[in-house]
Ligand binder design. Structure first.
Ligand SMILES: [Zn+2]
Length: 374
């Protein structure tokens, strides 16, 4: 978070800009300055054009964000970097229609913006009938060149993002469309295969044309498509397994009178990095590693853990389905959750425990009968 600056807040969403952003403005000023004959007007044109492009990206991300908020999905923030923008949603809903609307909302904003620009150009008789021609420099440094530039970039943003491959919007649109007919994991597998095929074709094309940057994008798309499929596969294989089959009952616990130094000692001794805080058998709260580290810096090691423990993390029960638990960890962005049964402190469950159970269930399923019928 320290590496970005807040621009403004809209509907509770912080729009932030990565500190490397000024670099791309410098680059634009230099690039356009040169191509326009090395003058200041060219540099101003470049900076204006690139700034407008980032306005378009913000609008695109706001499209995703407002659609997500409409379905009750919290949006943490939007971060702009020289590579583009990301709207950080708390999670992606698995209801196909909701994922579809959220994914298509971004590109839809750009299509809409392009249509409005086209209409404006017609009304003000600005010539953008041949935008590519103008982009090549025939328009020089002019208002119509700027207009054409932004117009084409809108089309490009919509088109590029609708490439049917994860992590692009198009990959999600495709998955959502498939999931309306098929099982979610099956839909993901197909969408992922399409994405990888696309990446291979793109990679080969780039290879024969010596386009290094395009090769990098192809590799990125290929691995993102593979990862998405793996994550969904792992999660759906967890269905039917219960927390009690995977959690650590012998985990270290803290009492409310332990201080942060004790927590650090326990952490070094056990390798465990989150701790339930219990008074006798009674569950009180949860100390996560990020919270502990933050408290060590701001409050010192003699602070009682009861003063810094998180009470907003609700514990899981030993009978909860691992599918739901894994999803909760992703949504809440935690690596571990406390396990409490009948009000009694039982232990913790971590991502590592879930990963281990999943591996065992794949390699030796007979050793791990499912707890519930899936
Ligand atoms: Zn998008």
């Amino acid at each position: 978070m320290n590496a970005s600056l807040k621009l403004f807040t809209v509907r509770g969403i912080d729009v932030r800009i990565h500190i490397t952003f000024p670099l791309i403005l410098l680059w634009a000023a230099f690039q356009f300055g040169l191509s326009a004959g090395g003058n200041v007007a060219g540099a101003v044109f470049g900076v204006t054009a690139v700034s407008l492009l980032f306005v378009l990206i913000i609008l695109h991300e706001l499209g995703h964000s407002f659609a997500a908020q409409y379905y009750g999905v919290p949006v943490k923030q939007i971060v702009l970097s020289p590579l583009g923008g990301v709207a950080q949603l708390a999670h992606m809903p698995e209801k196909p229609i909701q994922e579809f609307v959220i994914a298509i909302a971004g590109p839809a904003v750009n299509v809409l913006a392009a249509a409005v620009m086209w209409a404006t150009a017609v009304i003000l008789s600005i010539n953008i009938s041949n935008p590519l021609h103008i982009l090549m420099g025939a328009g020089g440094v002019s208002l119509s060149a700027l207009f054409a530039y932004v117009f084409v970039y809108n089309i490009f943003l919509a088109g590029f993002n609708l490439i049917p491959a994860f992590p692009m919007d198009g990959g999600r649109v495709l998955r959502a469309l498939l999931a309306m007919r098929l099982e979610f994991s099956r839909a993901t597998a197909i969408a992922s295969a399409v994405g990888r095929a696309f990446a291979v074709i793109m990679g080969l094309y780039a290879l024969f044309n010596g386009a290094i940057f395009l090769i990098l994008i192809a590799v990125f798309i290929f691995s993102a498509a593979t990862q998405e499929n793996r994550a969904v596969k792992v999660r759906s294989a967890l269905r039917g397994y219960a927390v009690q089959q995977a959690y650590a009952p012998a985990a270290y616990r803290l009492s409310p009178y332990h201080n942060l130094q004790h927590a650090v000692d326990f952490m070094l001794m056990s390798g465990q990095s989150s701790f339930p805080v219990c008074q006798g058998e009674l569950y009180l709260g949860f100390v996560t590693r990020p919270r502990l580290e933050q408290a060590l810096q701001t409050r010192g090691r003699h602070t009682w853990v009861s003063h810094i423990m998180r009470r907003d993390i609700s514990p899981v029960s030993p009978w909860d389905d691992l599918y739901d638990v894994q999803k909760r960890m992703e949504v809440e962005g935690v690596d571990a959750l406390p396990v409490v049964g009948d009000g009694r402190c039982l232990g913790i469950i971590t991502r590592r425990h879930i990963f281990d159970l999943h591996r065992l269930a794949q390699s030796a399923p007979r050793t791990l009968p499912k707890a519930q019928s899936a």
